[in-house]
Write a protein of this length. Structure first.
Length: 374
């Protein structure tokens, strides 16, 4: 890393995203695959990640809300986009003008979409979300019958097109997820009795798409796996033929030698076990590095994994390197591809008692993104 490089940088390998999607398509085998690029593509950058995913064979894109969908449209992306999390006053008129498909979780949302369609003189494309056991958003089971009848009436009136029916798994265990698939089947039967014939049926996200064929139907929504991060706490992405797309790196800004017993960082939770060289790295929890990983995570520095010494602070952390030769300006890799010797996002997740999703998604605005296509 040169002196002109950003102080904190996430290098995003768009080739990895492309290749991961291609590998997932080959393994999963469904007719359709949504690449989920919500939350700024899990920290990777929504627009470049979406383009790479489409290059890899995704035929549709998924986001949480309309603002995320509009960002893709404003960047010139024309692929189908589904947005499924809406405020009570969400602008469905704007969604229709931008050709955004709407996930519908209540009859009130269905009515709002139909009203927007009437104003636009064009049908709203909707996917009905059924709550099959996650107990978040989605149409509750006791409302399925009335909701699908209302959807069919709106479809007959030319106000909506029910393109899909979907749900979301809890990921508790295989038995629970399969029970949710059974529940979705009941919802599909209810929809069929009402006269609905959706083109897309989707339930599985990354974890179930990879391991539970029963949950795949004809469409899957794949998020974290396309970025080369494992959906499972104790399985590595390489087991599924995936490689990490993000490398988080910085550089040493100060070096000092301390004597045995010297305390380091706030609270002196670390004391040097012997005379030790310390390297200061200008990355902290303001940049998304979890304070919970203090004293537990490693970085790659001077050719080896080195421990964080003491607490991660807002803007910086200290790394203990023993007697290794390090200098100001040396590259530090917090996480990346373990094939390079770096810790992985999963390693950091375990150190912070969280999941890989959070490690990559939480990176702050001070972390510059740089895109490469290998």
């Amino acid at each position: 890393m040169t002196e002109s490089a950003p102080l904190r940088e996430a290098v995003i390998d768009l080739g990895a995203i492309r290749d991961n999607v291609a590998a997932l398509r080959a393994q999963i085998g469904t007719e359709h695959l949504y690449a989920v690029v919500k939350a700024n593509a899990y920290g990777h950058g929504a627009v470049p990640a979406a383009k790479a995913a489409l290059d890899g064979g995704a035929d549709r894109l998924g986001v949480a809300d309309l603002a995320e969908a509009l960002e893709l449209r404003e960047a010139g992306i024309t692929a189908p986009v589904l947005a499924w999390l809406h405020d009570a006053d969400a602008d469905f008129d704007l969604a229709l003008r931008a050709d955004i498909d709407l996930g519908i979780s209540s009859v009130a949302q269905l009515n709002a979409a139909a009203a927007a369609a009437e104003r636009a003189a064009r049908p709203a494309v909707v996917h009905l979300k059924l709550d099959t056991g996650l107990s978040r958003n989605g149409i509750a089971p006791d409302a399925w019958a009335s909701a699908v009848r209302a959807a069919r009436a709106a479809e007959t009136a030319g106000l909506v097109r029910v393109a899909g029916i979907f749900s979301h798994l809890s990921g508790t265990d295989a038995e629970s997820d399969l029970a949710q698939a059974d529940a979705l089947d009941r919802g599909l039967s209810e929809a069929s009795r009402a006269g609905l014939d959706p083109e897309f049926v989707h339930l599985a996200a990354s974890g179930a798409a990879l391991t539970l064929p029963r949950t795949r139907y004809n469409t899957v929504r794949v998020g974290i796996a396309i970025y080369g991060v494992s959906p499972f706490p104790h399985r590595e992405p390489s087991e599924f033929g995936l490689r990490p797309a993000m490398t988080l790196r910085s550089r040493v800004v100060a070096v000092r030698r301390v004597a045995e017993g010297q305390g380091v960082s706030y609270g002196h939770t670390y004391r040097a076990p012997r005379d030790t060289t310390l390297a200061l790295v200008p990355v902290g929890y303001a940049d998304g590095v979890p304070r919970q990983a203090s004293g537990r995570a490693d970085v790659l520095l001077a050719g080896e994994r080195r421990p964080i010494a003491g607490r991660v602070a807002m803007d910086q952390m200290v790394v203990a390197v023993g007697d290794a030769e390090v200098a100001v300006g040396d590259e530090v890799v917090l996480f990346g591809d373990p094939e390079t010797g770096a810790p992985s996002a999963e390693d950091w997740a375990r150190a912070a008692d969280t999941i890989g999703y959070e490690i990559v998604t939480r990176l702050g605005r001070r972390v510059a993104r740089r895109y490469v296509a290998q």
